[in-house]
Each structure stands twice: as structure tokens, then as C-alpha cells.
Design a protein around this ligand. Sequence first.
Ligand SMILES: [Zn+2]
Length: 145
Amino acid sequence: MSEKTGCVFCDFDSRRVIGESEFAFAAHFDCAIKPGHIVVALKEHVESLAAMSPEQAADILSLAARVARAAEPVAGCEKFYLVSIADAVPHYHIHLLPRMRGEAPLGPHIMGDSGWKGETGAAVREDEIVRFISSCREALAEQGS
Ligand SMILES: [Zn+2]
């Protein structure tokens, strides 16, 4: 993740990374719809679910589950939705979207014609993002690998 490739996930800002595994990394999403919006991406530029190896597929979902366990109490959410679209960025990734208690289901309301609905990355303050990343890293470290 040091040479610029033009791909947002190949060039991802490592300061946003919460945790990683052999084939994937998890990070707070820069264009978050709400605090705690996490993205889990393969380290290698693989364009689709079908294109990844069985090892990559198992690894990315395993990391997503580990990060969700660590981040649920940090975000204070009931659960995480798992969404994978990759229309705009053809580098395989999963979005983990926190669902807070009492919130209406996101389902049909999550995407609009021009992209993600709801808050934008600008609505999530930098100190909230930094605190979230730090707390998730601590929670992951407590889990071990
Ligand atoms: Zn890429």
C-alpha cells in the first residue's frame, strides 16, 4: 500500500486501518454514512467475489466477523449489516454498516442514484474516527488472532 496505483483500496490510507489478516484489512471508511462504517478489503487487487481464491474468501469473511465482534460494543450497535457492491470501485471489499437499536432497517434506503445516502464522510468528525479506530484496535488485540 505504498506506491500509488489509482485504486482507492490499493492506495488505502493505512492510518484508517483497524486490523488486518493475511489477505485482507479492515478500516474505517472515508465516505462513512455514519460513525462506525467499516470497510474490509482484500490487500491484493481482486475485482470480484468470483475472482478471489478460496483462501482469500475465507480470510476476508473471517476478518469481517472478527472486526464486527470487536466493533459492536465500540460502536454501540445492535449488529452490522454486511454489504458488498463494488460497482464504483472494482477492488473487492465489504462494507460493515452499524445498525443502532431502534433504527429503521437500511435495506432499500441505503443507496440512491448518486451513491450512498445519509451522512457523508465529512459528517463524521476526525476525532470520532481516530477514537473509533483506536478502540477497535484495542478490542481486536484483546481477542488475539
Ligand atoms: Zn485495488
